[in-house]
Design a protein around this ligand. Structure first.
Ligand SMILES: *[C@@H]1O[C@H](CO)[C@@H](O)[C@H](O)[C@H]1NC(C)=O
Ligand SMILES: *[C@@H]1O[C@H](CO)[C@@H](O)[C@H](O)[C@H]1NC(C)=O
Ligand SMILES: *[C@@H]1O[C@H](CO)[C@@H](O)[C@H](O)[C@H]1NC(C)=O
Ligand SMILES: *[C@@H]1O[C@H](CO)[C@@H](O)[C@H](O)[C@H]1NC(C)=O
Ligand SMILES: *[C@@H]1O[C@H](CO)[C@@H](O)[C@H](O)[C@H]1NC(C)=O
Length: 657
């Protein structure tokens, strides 16, 4: 055959091979497996949806082909596909991209990890870093670099003297009414717990697997639900500047901790306490009054002349009001003024004992302006049936109900007849109540008439029917009321208690805060259901969870709740053009739920909690070591080359093909 040279032949082979790859990618996509990142941009052919040219609208009358390989028979027809211009499609794509970048940036060896550490933080890793690295790798750590939360939390402490940190850590538990427990490590053992409760006992269990590798130290743990420390903005800037000025990577740092330092806690110590933590009570007071002092002067929280809409543009889509930046959506300097009357912790917190002074206090959660040192919440480590994942009712996605479920008590703040409408749980229960919504308009999105897959805002949706059909939300008990809870008698009916697992009969599990963070989040992610999350609190795991890939983020005002639900569940019929219509996106819901579940099994394990805690405690130990500027791991990391090649981190483990 003339002209059929080997070059062309190769091109044909390549084309054929590409076709096979595309086929496999699609199979993998439809069966829920992760797609190799390099070919993520190949579009998915939709049967029955012939391409009719760039600009022509798709013909809605084309027959739908039966599905040909998949047991979820609705998977194909639900794939909204390449013509879907719903904003959530783009958000999921961005979520995938952010996550892919995270995956691809991971260090694979000790050498790389150490190198990256120095570049990023401007210091050597702390003493004991090699042992920590092996501990982490032996337990299949997924991303050995992602501990920036710890670095951020510890950072301002470089601005105060090590002896001062030690003194505070040693003595803060001593006044019972301050709400602090103490944990004391001596000679590689858990020596003692002061002012103990289940919380610090759980924390001690978390530390036990590696306590033998830790230097002597005292840890002060917050035993209240609510966070504690708010350092005013200017003070914090000085502390951070001191940290930045002190960065150095010296060639010959001492690899050892300093021994026999003064100021650790001693039993029956008569030495005077040299530091006053400066606690002040602010129970029931609006929290933004305290919080805003920590915000930049030009921020929305401190500058009345700034408008919300400019801040909103940074974290929320105009179309549908979806959260585009989950982190910013809970930044109180940005959104605080808008949600202070919509969240119990901000409006009427039950217990606040705060300080404006930088204190080394370990806490399970905080809002963005707090300087508490985050550690993985005890509830995530303890096997408590109210919070731990249990698969009993975690049916396959398609066997779950098309509904959103929430159960809980009326916590969040101190409830009174006058203030309960300003609390987040109470607002959630109201907004998902069909009777309540009968005379209220909410915004959703609706498909353009005659333009399949193109949507616009629709501001006058009456959600009552939809809520009656798809929402199962209510309180199980009143709690935390003043003077008693009788003012709720005519407001709602209490629902029977359900187990956490029974909630997984629903496809959509919504998670909002209580008095502070919600302890259910890990279990929700572990389940096959899809987690929808609104929170103002920060936790240890934030940087490893990707909105719109592992869960659906929700505005703390809940003004996007029906646009989210109608997207996944679907609404109306395309031919009823006087009614809002949203195509059902069941496939996408199943996929996000599945991605969250697979991810949780890699990054939210008990091992991950131990790895985080271990790293936290060596960073903490260094910043309060008298020789903190001269100690650290200063070698190049090559001594673990052999270990690393024997235990090489597989890409498959990272979700790559
Ligand atoms: C630390 O104290 C122990 C016992 O109190 C003592 O044996 C040891 O020599 C001391 N080490 C240093 C470096 O001072
Ligand atoms: C501390 O004081 C208590 C009560 O006075 C006493 O029982 C205990 O033995 C003392 N402990 C030490 C280490 O001196
Ligand atoms: C929903 O609201 C109605 C009207 O306020 C109330 O009677 C009902 O008990 C509420 N349902 C729940 C589950 O709270
Ligand atoms: C709730 O519990 C009560 C008492 O156990 C029972 O009689 C009732 O049927 C339950 N209601 C529902 C909806 O399950
Ligand atoms: C959230 O934003 C802050 C400020 O921009 C940043 O320091 C922090 O690392 C972010 N957190 C996450 C989890 O992305």
């Amino acid at each position: 055959m003339a002209g059929f040279d080997r070059g062309k032949q190769r091109v044909l082979y390549l084309l054929a091979a590409t076709g096979v790859v595309i086929l496999f990618v699609n199979l993998a996509l439809l069966s829920g497996a992760d797609v190799p990142s390099k070919i993520k941009n190949i579009s998915i052919p939709i049967p029955g949806k012939a391409k009719t040219g760039q600009d022509a609208p798709p013909d809605p009358n084309l027959p739908k082909l039966p599905s040909w390989h998949h047991d979820n028979s609705d998977a194909f027809e639900e794939l909204a596909g390449i013509d879907d211009q719903h904003p959530i499609v783009d958000l999921m794509k961005k979520g995938d991209e952010a996550w892919n970048q995270y995956e691809e940036s991971r260090s694979m060896t000790f050498k790389e990890t150490v190198h990256k550490y120095r570049i990023q933080y401007g210091r050597h890793p702390p003493p004991g870093f090699r042992e920590w690295y092996k501990f982490a790798r032996d337990r299949n750590v997924h991303n050995v670099d992602d501990f920036t939360q710890i670095m951020d939390d510890i950072r301002p402490f470089w601005g105060i003297e090590p002896a001062e940190i030690r003194s505070l850590a040693a003595h803060m538990h001593e006044k019972g009414e301050d709400g602090v427990s103490g944990l004391h490590i001596r000679d590689g053992k858990m020596w003692k717990l002061s002012n103990p409760s289940w919380r610090i006992e759980t924390m001690a269990q978390m530390i036990e697997p590696f306590v033998k590798n830790l230097p002597d130290m005292d840890v002060a743990m917050n035993r209240l639900d609510q966070p504690r420390v708010v350092v005013p903005f200017d003070d914090m800037q000085k502390l951070l500047a001191a940290e930045a000025a002190g960065r150095r990577v010296t060639p010959d740092a001492a690899a050892e901790w300093t021994l026999n330092m003064t100021g650790l806690f001693k039993e029956n110590d008569t030495a005077p306490v040299i530091t006053d933590p400066g606690w002040f009570p602010a129970h029931g007071a609006q929290y933004m009054n305290i919080a805003k002092e920590a915000c930049p002067p030009e921020s929305h929280a401190r500058d009345d002349t700034t408008s919300l809409s400019s801040a909103e543009a940074a974290y929320k889509s105009q179309q549908g009001g979806f959260i585009t930046n989950f982190n910013l959506s809970s930044d109180l300097c940005t959104v605080g003024p808008e949600i202070q009357g919509k969240h119990g912790f901000l409006f009427a917190p039950s217990t606040i004992i705060a300080s404006k002074r930088l204190l080394p206090i370990f806490g399970e959660c905080k809002v963005n302006v707090n300087s508490d040192i985050l550690f993985p919440a005890n509830m995530y480590y303890k096997d408590d049936e109210r919070y731990a994942y249990d698969k009993t009712f975690d049916y396959k996605w398609d066997d779950k109900a098309d509904s959103i479920i929430w159960r809980g008590v009326t916590s969040g703040g101190t409830n009174t007849a006058d203030n309960w409408m300003n609390m987040h749980r109470q607002r959630l229960v109201m907004i998902l109540n069909g009777t309540v919504m009968a005379d209220k308009d909410v915004r959703i999105m609706t498909q353009n008439t005659n333009q399949q897959g193109v949507y616009h805002n629709f501001d006058n949706f009456r959600a009552d029917d939809f809520a009656f059909k798809h929402s199962d939300v209510g309180f199980t008990e009143p709690y935390s009321c003043h003077p008693d809870c009788s003012f709720y008698d005519n407001v709602w009916t209490y629902k029977n208690m359900t187990t956490l697992s029974a909630q997984f009969k629903s496809k959509f599990v919504v998670d909002v805060d209580g008095h502070s963070f919600s302890g259910r989040w890990h279990a929700f992610l572990q389940s096959r259901s899809l987690g929808i999350k609104a929170t103002i609190f920060r936790e240890w795991h934030d940087s490893r969870l990707f909105a719109w890939r592992h869960f659906v983020p929700m505005d703390n005002r809940y003004d996007d709740i029906y646009s989210i639900l109608t997207y996944f569940i679907g609404l109306g019929k395309p031919e009823e053009t006087n009614q809002p219509y949203v195509q059902r996106h069941n496939f996408e819901g199943r996929k996000l739920g599945q991605q969250g579940r697979e991810w949780a099994s890699k990054v939210l394990r008990k091992e991950d909690i131990e790895i985080y805690m271990y790293r936290l405690l060596i960073e903490y130990a260094r910043v309060m070591d008298d020789n903190r500027d001269r100690i650290g791991y200063s070698a190049d990391g090559s001594e673990l080359d052999k270990y690393d090649s024997k235990n090489s981190m597989s890409y498959a483990n990272g979700g790559h093909a």
